[in-house]
Design a protein around this ligand. Structure first.
Ligand SMILES: [Zn+2]
Length: 470
């Protein structure tokens, strides 16, 4: 069995892994597989419960779990606790759904900071999926820089052979023809309409969860994919019943993409303020936007030595050597000398303003980080993104709903995961303080549960193995 064979960074007993992987919470397995273990039901009582739907929190709640599933969630007294349940008093904690990162990348780095080639291996992808999970990110949607190997990794995970964060993938994304290319870049670069359609059909044979394409000129340094090419990509993808999500930067491109039938934006619009035309077009078709504010912040964070680099919760989850790399004079110098650094700062400020405007207008706001690119660390950046969304003017509840209920809906998982209701995966985090009071309290991570069991989690100050048999 693969999970046991691979060197596992965390000292989790093999027996535990075997048990965990039996009912790994992939949507189909979780929904259909009969409960394989005859464990007693578990009831967590006394916590504040944020269920991910946007409903007000339930103080003094009861959450009842059987196997990998939630069977009841509600106010103490209104939920009956099975007689044979193992009751855990978690008074003072807050329980909320595990986070869902709708824009991540996998297998592009060995330790999170380096960017050497040849890292796209099953072992490396699995390691990163475990990293996400240890920070309470139990689902990650990989966005277009995978190799075809990802489809067998996804199949292995859905068969219960690989653990970690639940994986969705676009497979290989679509890019302009004349951009920078290197041998480790496996993205499609169709030269003409026929190639574009043929490439989409080839991708479709792998059953990607959605399609990702880039529509950007890298602040003028590259060549943008031509509108007739992206229109063919969208049209052919829709014929294959695949939704198309785009990396975009400019407002004008966003409008043209909407007119072409795009289904979701992978980033904020950063060149100018959004307007009513865009808002109306997005709302009329339920098109979402993933702000990825932290992506823009990481373009200058290391140059500025921002405060969160010292955050124990950030450092606790780093692989050996990663901190040395991001603090090295070479890395800091590279970021400081980037001629576009002022544009990155301005881009983040514009992104924040636009996020607030879109949210206030009722546009669907999703949640994602663009983590997994070297120096954009999986796991920690998801917590930082919540903070930036609140800095932009969203309430903590709005940011949490984007990262849980809304993202689950976008991934087609509403009935399986993302909210803490009967019939959903028992997949949540326990916090030592209330994130609705201060969103930074999601960093006060006390435990991560997946498939009805606590798993290894990162905590500020040290990594600790909190996994234990019930
Ligand atoms: Zn990305």
């Amino acid at each position: 069995m693969k999970a046991a064979k691979h060197p596992h960074r965390f000292a989790v007993p093999t027996a535990f892994l075997v048990m965990l992987t039996v009912c790994l919470a992939c949507p189909r397995a979780a929904a259909q597989a009969p409960t394989q273990t005859k464990d007693r039901p578990v009831a967590l009582k006394g916590a504040r419960l944020i269920d991910g739907t946007g409903r007000p929190p339930i103080e003094n709640s009861v959450l009842v779990i059987e196997g990998s599933q939630i069977v009841a969630a509600g106010k103490a007294g209104a939920v009956s606790i099975p007689k044979d349940a193992a009751v855990q008093d978690v008074t003072g904690k807050t329980i909320m759904p595990a986070l869902i990162n709708l824009h991540g990348h996998l297998g592009l780095s060995n330790n999170g900071a380096d960017s050497a080639a040849g890292h796209y291996t099953e072992e490396n992808v699995a390691k990163q999926l475990n990293k996400y999970l240890s920070y309470g990110v139990a689902t990650v949607a990989s966005f277009g820089q995978d190799e075809d190997l990802v489809f067998s990794i996804r199949a292995d995970q859905r068969a219960g052979k690989i653990g970690g964060s639940r994986l969705f993938t676009a497979g290989r994304g679509f890019l302009e023809y004349t951009g920078k290319s290197n041998p480790t870049d496996h993205r499609y670069r169709p030269q003409n309409l026929e190639e574009a359609r043929a490439d989409v059909r080839e991708l479709a044979a792998h059953h990607p969860d959605y399609l990702k394409m880039w529509v950007d000129d890298g602040l003028g340094h590259g060549t943008k994919i031509k509108p007739e090419i992206y229109r063919a990509i969208i049209d052919e993808a829709h014929k294959q019943h695949i939704r198309v999500f785009a990396h975009e930067y400019y407002l004008a491109d966003a409008k043209a993409l909407l007119a072409a039938g795009l289904d979701g934006f992978a980033h904020s619009i950063r060149d100018q303020a959004v307007d009513n035309e865009l808002i109306m077009a997005m709302k009329s078709r339920g098109v979402f936007l993933i702000p990825t504010l932290v992506r823009d912040e990481t373009l200058f964070a290391y140059a500025d030595n921002v405060k969160w680099i010292d955050d124990p919760f950030f450092q606790s989850g780093l692989e050996p050597g990663a901190l040395t790399i991001i603090r090295s004079p070479q890395t800091v110098g590279k970021f400081r000398q980037d001629p576009d650094i002022a544009k990155y700062r301005a881009g983040l400020e514009m992104a924040k303003k636009n996020l607030k405007a879109l949210s206030d207008a009722g546009v669907k706001i999703a949640f994602g980080t663009d983590s997994g690119i070297p120096t954009r660390f999986p796991g920690y950046l998801e917590h930082r993104e919540l903070q930036l969304m609140v800095e932009a003017g969203l309430t903590p509840m709005q940011a949490i709903v984007a990262a849980t209920g809304t993202n689950a809906e976008i991934l087609g998982g509403t009935k399986q995961f993302g909210t803490l209701q009967a019939g959903r995966a028992a997949e949540f985090i326990l916090l030592d303080a209330n994130p609705l009071d201060d969103i930074r309290n999601t960093e006060k991570l006390s435990a991560v549960w997946q498939a009805g069991k606590p798993v290894h989690s990162v905590s500020a100050g040290s990594t600790s193995t909190r996994a234990s048999r019930q």
